[in-house]
Write a protein that binds this ligand. Structure first.
Ligand code: SF4
Length: 183
């Protein structure tokens, strides 16, 4: 509300994209949620679906199933009594996202200790930057908490398997059952 006349206190100023929108600020992965919807509004559905994969290797697992959808909880549409946009549905659609093209090879190899969500996310970002990550994990399977702890009642196996396979197709240097010591 901008009061006019004698009551006017503030001059409206267009500051689009100068500050983080609430949905993005509350997203633990920093996914630009408003940009996804903006792409959809411009008819760029595929780009909107692909976008999340440049922020996380698990867009369907996270946005579609495991995240409490903090972006939706903080959506400013609710101030106008409108429901938040369905980011969970968009996340589920990201299962078919196209793989981003990584930067040219830097020639650098980076060891990642732990193949859970954090390690795989770090490896994914390094791979996109053109580095060659090598993932070490003591377990028999990648995924950490996603595969070992979170009950399958919260997320179907095929979703997790699909997203883990997508990571492994890009990052082939994965050493499982590999305990590391200081020496
Ligand atoms: S569902 Fe969670 S991870 Fe996905 S954009 Fe929203 S806050 Fe971020």
């Amino acid at each position: 509300m901008v009061p006019t006349g004698e009551l006017r206190r503030y001059l409206p100023r267009w500051e689009n994209e100068r500050h983080l929108p609430r949905c993005q600020a509350f997203c633990p992965t920093g996914i630009p949620v408003q940009k996804r919807w903006s792409l959809i509004r411009s008819g760029k559905m595929d780009e909107a679906i692909d976008l999340a994969l440049t922020y996380t290797p698990f867009p369907a697992t996270v946005c579609g199933y495991l995240c409490p959808n903090l972006c939706m909880a903080n959506c400013t549409r609710q101030r106008s009594q409108l429901p938040p946009l369905d980011v969970a549905g968009l996340g589920k659609a990201s299962l078919t996202a196209r793989i981003p093209t990584p930067a040219p090879s830097s020639g650098k190899t980076v060891a990642i200790i732990g193949g859970g969500p954090a390690g795989l996310s770090a490896a994914w970002q390094l791979w996109m930057m053109g580095h060659a990550p090598v993932i070490y994990d003591v377990q028999e399977r990648l995924g950490g908490k996603i595969t070992a702890t979170i009950p399958r009642s919260r997320i179907p196996d095929e979703i997790v398997d699909h997203e883990l396979q997508r990571v492994q197709e890009q990052i082939s240097n994965v050493l499982l059952k590999k305990p590391l010591s200081k020496k």
